[in-house]
Design a protein around this ligand. Structure first.
Ligand SMILES: [Zn+2]
Length: 419
């Protein structure tokens, strides 16, 4: 057999030599020639770039004056730059020819999607509005939750995928997806797990921001909670909407999430002898939302409850929101789920600012976090097929395999090793 091996080896070398000589090497090759030449001296700069920031109380023409654009006709600019959007801190970039004292070009980013450009023309300035393109990129991120969702995402999603601020947006978005299923202020336990397919947006200038949650698998306190985005809403494996008649927590996660990385929410703060609700410690002024659609039946002082709102819902259910610093509804008002009805405070018998929330069925207090809310509405029959196709793609992405036949190449990365 050794002779056969030698023959094979010789044949390979000969074939390689032929390919090489004929210049028809069948595979792309690394370029070997490196041209070492004296780099020509860079051409002298023709322009100087500078940036300036709009100070508080300053007008646009004051800023332009300071940068050499004096008495410019700003009528074109005024049409595109909404004065109400001209907030302090807005950064203007100028380009000035070396041989000139006046810039010939000015740009300002007025929003993530828009840039206003001023170019010096023969007589005055031309103003143009440019749209900044953001390209979506898809990532799968996963990890364990030890203290809170926010802390977990902040610690385990790498900076190369999303910056700190954008990770906070991801946490808010996830909390929103599960707002009917999970009370993130208290339901999470050590060992919980997240696996999320998310979209980030990258601008042509290289800025990165959070886009959308596309799918997610959370394992929270022993419950597996899949979610697939379809038609702008989220559905479970069976195609039932995640939306329910009641929110799990009637306080905005995003308004309290900043506390999350440092201190976990702890139940009261002065537990009374007979405590029939759930307490959410939050800063005074944090918005309080109606947990479900209903009619306000009480709005005012109520003894130890302090400022209290009570809402009557369908099926004999009522909810109470107590210790409010402000009430933002009135008796008889119809409210919808998520609508702001007041602000967290410490009125009545409260040792510190918190929301006391009660969920009652036919007058009997229930644990709002344990109440069975039934199934959400299913995907419309006519859209069932489309949903299943979408779910399959998203499941593959959750598993970490790139989406096949995608028009837009999906970029998949594991933010953290699965444990
Ligand atoms: Zn309480």
């Amino acid at each position: 057999m050794p002779r056969v091996r030698i023959l094979v080896a010789v044949a390979i070398v000969a074939a390689a030599a032929m390919f090489s000589l004929s210049g028809n090497w069948p595979w792309p090759r690394v370029r070997e020639t490196v041209h070492i030449a004296e780099a020509p001296p860079p051409p002298p700069p023709t322009h100087v770039e500078s940036a300036d920031t709009l100070h508080s109380g300053e007008t646009l023409s004051e800023l332009l004056d300071r940068n050499g654009i004096m008495a410019a006709d700003l009528s074109g600019l005024a049409q595109t730059l909404d004065p109400r959007r001209l907030r302090a801190g807005l950064v203007f970039n100028f380009r000035k020819p070396i041989a000139d004292s006046i810039p010939d070009r000015m740009t300002v980013r007025t929003s993530p999607e828009q840039r206003v450009l001023m170019v010096r023309a023969a007589n005055g300035w031309d103003t143009e509005v440019e749209t900044i393109a953001w390209e979506p990129q898809v990532f799968t991120v996963s990890g364990t939750i030890n203290h809170s969702l926010y802390e977990a995402l902040d610690r385990q999603v790498s900076d190369s995928i999303l910056g700190g601020g954008a990770r906070e947006h991801l946490a808010w978005a996830l909390a929103e997806v599960y707002q009917w299923a999970v009370d993130f202020t208290r339901d999470t336990r050590t060992g919980d797990h997240f696996n999320v397919v998310m979209e980030r947006l990258v601008s042509e200038e290289g800025d990165v921001r959070f886009g959308r949650v596309l799918a997610s698998e959370l394992s929270i306190n022993g419950r597996d909670l899949p979610a697939y985005r379809f038609d702008g809403h989220f559905f479970d494996d069976e195609g039932n909407s995640l939306k329910r008649a009641f929110l799990r927590a009637p306080v905005e996660f995003r308004r309290i999430s900043s506390n999350f990385s440092r201190a976990r929410f702890h139940p009261v703060l002065g537990r009374t002898r007979k405590h029939e609700g759930t307490d959410y410690a939050a800063n005074t002024g944090t918005p309080v939302m109606a947990a479900g659609d209903g009619t306000v039946i009480r709005a005012g002082r109520n003894g130890g409850y302090g400022n209290m709102v009570e809402i009557r819902h369908r099926n004999g259910i009522t909810t109470r929101y107590a210790h409010l610093s402000r009430i933002q509804t009135r008796v008889g008002a119809r409210v919808t789920q998520g609508q702001q009805i007041g602000k967290v405070g410490s009125t009545g018998l409260a040792s510190g600012p918190h929301l006391h929330y009660e969920f009652r069925v036919n007058g009997v207090a229930k644990d709002s976090r344990r109440v069975e809310l039934g199934n959400g509405a299913p995907v419309e029959k006519s859209k069932r097929g489309a949903f299943e196709a979408e779910r399959e793609i998203l499941q593959r992405l959750l598993d970490g395999s790139p989406e096949p036949d995608s028009a837009q190449p999906a970029l998949v990365a594991q933010a953290a090793s699965r444990t």
